[in-house]
Design a protein around this ligand. Structure first.
Ligand code: SGN
Ligand code: CA
Length: 533
């Protein structure tokens, strides 16, 4: 072959390689990962409209897929986020509870997106650290963040933005999508709400609207924890006994002072009502004050003569009014982002995911908060829209976990996932190929004890039919629930002889999962020792 011919062949090959690369990068889907904090699936109308309508979040499922059996590996904030970022169980990535520092030398999925040519950004609540890796741009809340006039950490230093956190996080997200990103590149955006985390402060408008509403009570609001283990009986998550008046119910310190020392005796609560109220400017206070005053007047007048049952009912309503008010703002703001995607033409090539860092109790078993392997906190909402790939209006009931997210996003973007990630890509399920999915059980492990809410350490296995959990550290107790016969998990049948074989088989399977995911008794002990330091 003549030299000129060889050169022209090389040239043609190079040009075509460049074009293919450019085209394939262009066609890569954008990822918009929306996560809220403590958003129970019971408060999304795509799952149930008993409590609230969330038309915007529902759109993601109407135009995509609703997962009805999505769950977390460890039902608490920072560990859930670490699992999502690393694609590993918390005993492997080390972020077993909210206290332990996150080892930032680990590979997280945004870093892989960035390396592969994606534009990456993160806005809202991360919970840990102040310099997330793998994101070109970020504005994150320090720690839990604040609902009103929130502080933000950014690459350019710290700043405070006046307004309501849910609206502000959305403004930042839309602004980056619209004006700041390089539109030649695909993007991976993490849009992370602080809402509806405790202490619940809805926006002034939602506060006004939701304090006028009354909500249906869950059947198990007055649960007495009979037929359960010690852990359920000793947890400090009961609305009547452990929810605070100032901190949670908007009762002013002056009201409490005038009524005597009536607050539940719980160590951890410092900020009370004033933590947020003192951040407000005059104008903001003027919006909240009339409603807070009327709640206080009612409380002062009626509380002393209420029965325990009436107190529980009143607290439950106050809880729902504020919690659901916060969610309503999340829903409006998700709507703003979805509208932006439509108007900009980005929607058709953008995968939109809506989830929460875990589920939450909305009065079931008399509780608020999370942590337990029991359904309301173990499960988490998961809705995914991916035009042309995911069939609109579909439902999936497989047992998927937050552990699977990283590998799913990476596969969607055509990026190889590291071999040591422990999840499974959900792409087959998203594309309707359920037969390719072989998982029949998931593994769960919660650690943060002793700590706020006093939920004991436990690990367990969950299948579609059963849930077996081992509570350890200062107890050694097993619990078994028959998920089909007892969906509310009111009866621990571990000692029921008719479940003898089920227990044997599940214990074997659980031991297998502990080996598969590299968890062990040694690690349990290591994390206990580490916690004591
Ligand atoms: C705070 C809350 C707790 C909550 C933890 C963990 N108290 O301590 O109720 O369980 O966060 O939540 S409050 O003072 O903020 O009201 S997590 O979502 O970050 O894990
Ligand atoms: Ca949370």
């Amino acid at each position: 072959m003549k030299l000129s011919m060889i050169l022209s062949v090389v040239l043609i090959l190079t040009i075509s390689a460049c074009t293919t690369e450019k085209e394939s990068t262009k066609q890569k889907p954008n990822i918009l990962f929306i996560m809220s904090d403590d958003h129970a699936y019971q408060a999304i109308s795509a799952y149930s409209n008993k409590l609230i309508e969330t038309p915007n979040i529902d759109r993601i499922a109407d135009e995509g897929m609703l997962f009805t059996n999505a769950c977390v590996t460890n039902s608490i904030c920072a560990p859930s986020r670490a699992t999502i970022l690393t694609g590993k169980h918390t005993h492997i990535n080390g972020k077993i509870d909210n206290r332990t520092p996150f080892d930032t030398t680990q590979v997280t999925f945004p870093q892989l997106f960035q390396k592969a040519g994606y534009q990456t950004a993160m806005f809202g609540k991360l919970h840990f650290g102040n310099n997330p890796k793998g994101v070109d741009e970020f504005m994150i809340l320090p720690g839990q963040g604040r609902y009103i006039n929130p502080d933000f950490i950014s690459k350019r230093g710290d700043t405070t933005i006046i307004g309501y956190a849910t609206d502000i996080i959305t403004d930042l997200t839309i602004d980056w999508l619209d004006k700041k990103r390089d539109s030649e590149k695909p993007f991976m955006m993490m849009y992370l709400h602080k809402a509806p985390h405790r202490p619940w402060w809805p926006s002034p408008a939602k506060f006004k609207e939701f304090t006028k509403k009354q909500f249906p009570e869950p059947e198990t609001l007055f649960d007495d924890y009979k037929n359960r283990g010690t852990a359920a009986k000793t947890a400090e998550m009961n609305i009547l006994n452990h929810m605070m008046y100032k901190h949670d119910m908007k009762i002013r310190p002056e009201t409490i002072a005038a009524m005597g020392n009536i607050e539940p005796k719980i160590k951890e609560f410092k900020g009370g009502f004033t933590g947020l109220y003192n951040r407000m400017n005059e104008k903001q206070r003027a919006q909240y004050d009339p409603i807070i005053d009327s709640i206080n007047q009612y409380f002062k007048k009626n509380w002393p003569s209420m029965t325990s049952e009436e107190k529980m009912r009143w607290k439950y309503q106050r809880y729902m009014q504020d919690y659901l008010g916060c969610i309503s703002s999340v829903d409006d703001n998700v709507g703003r982002v979805l509208d932006y995607l439509d108007e900009s033409g980005l929607a058709k090539n953008t995968i939109v995911i809506y989830t929460s860092d875990q589920g939450f109790y909305l009065g079931e078993h008399g509780w608020f908060d999370k942590r337990f392997i029991y359904d309301e906190s173990f499960k988490t909402p998961l809705l995914v829209r991916w035009p042309n790939e995911v069939k609109a209006g579909t439902t999936n009931s497989e047992m998927v976990q937050n552990l699977d997210f990283a590998q799913t996003f990476l596969e969607a973007a055509g990026i190889k996932a590291p071999d040591d990630m422990q999840g499974e890509s959900l792409i087959p399920l998203l594309k309707g190929n359920n037969r390719e999915w072989t998982r029949d059980a998931v593994y769960y492990h919660y650690y943060e004890y002793p700590a706020v809410h006093m939920v004991k350490r436990h690990y367990g296995i969950v299948t579609k039919k059963y849930k077996l959990a081992h509570f350890y550290y200062d107890v050694d107790e097993w619990e078994l629930y028959d998920r089909k016969r007892d969906p509310q998990e009111m009866n621990n049948v571990y000692k029921d002889s008719s479940y003898y074989m089920v227990v044997i088989e599940l214990k074997k399977k659980l031991a297998g999962l502990r080996i598969k995911y590299k968890d062990s008794k040694e690690l349990d002990l290591k994390y206990i020792e580490q916690y004591k330091k």
